[in-house]
Design a binder for this molecule. Structure first.
Ligand code: ZN
Ligand code: ZN
Ligand code: ZN
Length: 93
């Protein structure tokens, strides 16, 4: 992904990817659960409902999911946190 994107435009160009999703695995990272890896925080893919672990976790499955499927935006699943992150722009969305 590339292109001359003005940094000043604060509406993320990937918001079109956001759908109404239900967490596929509300209790933990979809990839960590079967192999027993621990995660730090959980991120919810706002395109398909994939639940993955954050960049502070060992496996970084949320980032991996975004890279593999091209789903750019996640939200935090941590209680009390209400923000979205775009893995393409590496910025809050
Ligand atoms: Zn973006
Ligand atoms: Zn994971
Ligand atoms: Zn996804």
């Amino acid at each position: 992904m590339s292109g001359g994107y003005p940094v000043s435009a604060r509406v993320d160009r990937h918001v079109d990817w956001i759908r109404t999703v239900v967490p596929r695995t509300p209790f933990g990272c979809e990839e960590c659960l079967p192999i027993g890896t621990r995660w730090v925080h959980l991120r919810l893919c706002l395109t398909c409902g994939h639940v993955g672990c954050c960049d502070s976790s060992a496996m970084r499955h949320a980032r991996e999911h975004a890279g593999e499927l091209g789903h750019p935006i996640v939200s935090s699943m941590e209680r009390g946190e209400d923000w979205r992150w775009c893995y393409v722009d590496e910025a809050f969305a």
